[in-house]
Design a protein around this ligand. Structure first.
Ligand SMILES: [Fe+2]
Ligand SMILES: [Fe+2]
Length: 241
């Protein structure tokens, strides 16, 4: 069974820990007039996630399914979700839609979001930021919920292990430990550094998030702007060596 934590008003984090790989996978369910699920999780945990979602909203009423980029933990179970939720539309970048999603995992065509496009789900208001190769993948983007200043940040701030659901202590040190560990094995170069990485991270920092919600690890509540600058420095320190 997954663990459910309310990280903001009607924003719920659903966490499944997989001990074999010492890693948590988080999905986020926004309970609103038009319920939004961010990250579907892999097909292998669909039933577990579905049970958790069902304790919050009727899963058949999910209207929007968002994710950062085309990967199994981001959107692997999209088709399964769309089969049970007849009005669920995937929202992602244009590149995600046309390069992979519509052909591989979507039951119905996705809605491509333009940079800075707003999606209003009722009381929540999401801004889409197109961020190619941040955290990784050409098609990557981010959703930022403007009323609660919550940044759904995908693989940025990735922390290994079974950790507290939400924290006001900094999470950048744990992110750094994970990056260093990954550099020694098959997951090396997890996050690319490009000529535009810093600029895109600065743009996320400028949003001044109060809550930073990674896919893997603790949600951080605090000064998100500083946390993103710290993360940017860690990426340079670890990935430039
Ligand atoms: Fe990823
Ligand atoms: Fe991920």
């Amino acid at each position: 069974m997954s663990r459910i934590t309310e990280i903001g008003p009607d924003i719920f984090k659903i966490t499944t820990f997989i001990p074999e790989i010492d890693l948590e996978f988080n999905q986020f369910l926004v309970r609103d007039e038009e319920p939004l699920l961010y990250h579907t999780g892999m097909k292998g945990i669909f039933q577990i996630v579905k049970e958790s979602v069902a304790s919050l909203v009727d899963p058949t009423t999910i209207r929007w399914i968002g994710f950062s980029h085309f990967e199994a933990d981001e959107c692997g179970a999209l088709r399964e979700w769309q089969k049970i939720a007849p009005n669920a539309t995937a929202i992602c970048s244009f590149v995600s839609k046309v390069v992979s999603v519509d052909d591989v995992v979507a039951e119905r065509p996705a809605k491509a979001l333009k940079d800075d496009e707003i999606i209003v789900t009722g009381k929540s208001r999401f801004r889409f930021l197109q961020t190619p190769h941040v955290p990784h993948a050409w098609d990557a983007g981010h959703l930022f919920e403007e009323n609660s200043a919550t940044l759904l940040c995908s693989d940025l701030f990735h922390q290994n292990g079974k950790v507290e659901p939400i924290t006001e202590s900094e999470i950048v040190s744990r992110f750094k430990e994970t990056l260093i560990e990954y550099q020694k094995g098959p997951f090396a170069n997890y996050l690319p550094l490009t000529s535009k990485t810093e600029q895109m991270l600065n743009r996320l920092a400028d949003l001044k998030p109060k809550t930073i919600a990674p896919m893997h690890g603790s949600t951080y509540v605090g000064d998100g702007e500083s946390a993103i600058y710290d993360l940017s420095q860690v990426m340079k320190d670890v990935l430039f060596w």
